[in-house]
Ligand binder design. Structure first.
Ligand SMILES: NC(=O)c1ccc[n+]([C@@H]2O[C@H](COP(=O)([O-])OP(=O)(O)OC[C@H]3O[C@@H](n4cnc5c(N)ncnc54)[C@H](OP(=O)(O)O)[C@@H]3O)[C@@H](O)[C@H]2O)c1
Length: 322
């Protein structure tokens, strides 16, 4: 079948290991479903995979892609939850030490077909297009869990979203606004700041700029480049929810004095559960909020999408269609 996959790793030239070609058809074991992919979205995770972060050499070649929307074997429209857990695990799915994201251990979604456990299928409402639904399982689910589960944000609170242009960041802005939060956002780029305001941010700032207020919570996916600013932007008792380190993880000033003196909380967040994805789908169905799509590209031109993401030339999600 047609597939977009990683053949080799290169930290400095991730696209050199990307192949748009053919892979064997998957065979679904008992309890697993075969989904015909109609749309899948690109995540920074796919670039990390090509850099050799989170994916092992012995797993190559690996079809990339963590999320998709498509048709199950009975023709039902479904959204694919990308986290495959240990069936014996009974706690919070996001704490399952045996879990993996599609394209880490199991083949990913940038292909004609993908197989997942039956329980990973979430019904897609007719109100969402396949392209919109394909944005939800990774970036939007991550944003949902950051804001409402790990961050426990309540209507009336003020949040800061760092790096406004990213897939997770645009979801944070739109979901935060829909949930009654005051949303502040930063971006390095003036045009992206303007677009963040159009998307729903109440106010926007240059990356690193002093804010007029101290916020209740910061949503971090940028890491090193924005961490110190995140720490300094919080009110006493505030919290940082972090789910990524796009600019790198090695912070020179972690702000530890601020952490204890201002009694700050630093909270990790990773993906989300099937139940949270179902709730997110219903939230979008009910509110009319829709993922911001930067561009839609036929899957056989996937390289173009990867190149745009590697250059940081995105605002919202890049979606591949079949
Ligand atoms: N833990 C999880 O479950 C999970 C799930 C999804 C994503 N993630 C992680 O979250 C991060 C974001 O993912 P994504 O798919 O949203 O990526 P993306 O679409 O590529 O967005 C990255 C954003 O980071 C900002 N940025 C990058 N370098 C920066 C720098 N040097 N200084 C300031 N800002 C910088 C940019 O914002 P501006 O250009 O607007 O400044 C950019 O728009 C990735 O690291 C990803 O691995 C984690």
């Amino acid at each position: 079948m047609f597939a977009v996959y990683a053949e080799t790793f290169s930290f400095d030239d991730p696209l050199s290991g990307l192949v748009v070609g053919e892979r064997p058809d998957p065979e679904a074991p008992d309890g697993w479903a075969t989904v015909t992919v109609k749309a899948a979205s690109l995540n920074h995770h796919d670039l990390w995979s090509l850099r050799g972060v989170g994916l092992r050499e012995e797993s190559l070649p690996m079809i990339l892609g963590c999320d998709a929307a498509g048709l199950d074997e009975d023709g039902n429209e479904v959204v694919v939850h990308g986290v495959v857990g240990d069936p014996r695990w009974t706690g919070d799915e996001a704490d399952d030490p045996g879990r993996s994201l599609l394209s880490e251990r199991h083949q990913g979604t940038f292909a004609e077909k993908v197989i997942v456990p039956h329980r990973n299928l979430v019904p897609k409402p007719a109100s969402l297009s396949f392209e919109e639904a394909a944005c939800l399982p990774t970036a939007w689910l991550t944003a949902y869990r950051m804001l409402f589960v790990q961050g426990a944000c309540k209507p009336g609170e003020t949040v800061l979203v760092q790096g406004a242009g990213g897939g997770v960041a645009t979801a944070l802005i739109m979901l935060g606004r829909a949930a009654g939060l005051t949303v502040l956002a930063t971006s390095r780029d003036e045009a992206k700041r303007d677009r963040a305001r159009e998307l729903g941010a109440h106010d926007v700032f240059e990356s690193g700029a002093r804010l007029p207020v101290r916020v209740d919570a910061v949503m971090e996916t940028v890491g090193k480049a924005t961490w110190t600013h995140s720490i300094r932007s919080l009110r006493p008792g505030g919290r940082i929810v972090i789910s990524g380190t796009t600019s790198g993880p090695d912070v020179s000033d972690a702000g530890l004095t601020h952490v204890f003196f201002k009694q700050l909380s630093i909270i990790g967040s990773t993906m989300g559960t099937r139940g949270e994805l179902d709730a997110l789908v219903k939230l979008l169905d009910a509110t009319g909020v829709r993922p911001l799509i930067d561009r839609t590209v036929p899957m056989d031109q996937a390289r173009e999408g990867f190149a745009a993401m590697a250059e940081g030339d995105v605002f919202g999600k890049i979606v591949f269609t079949r």
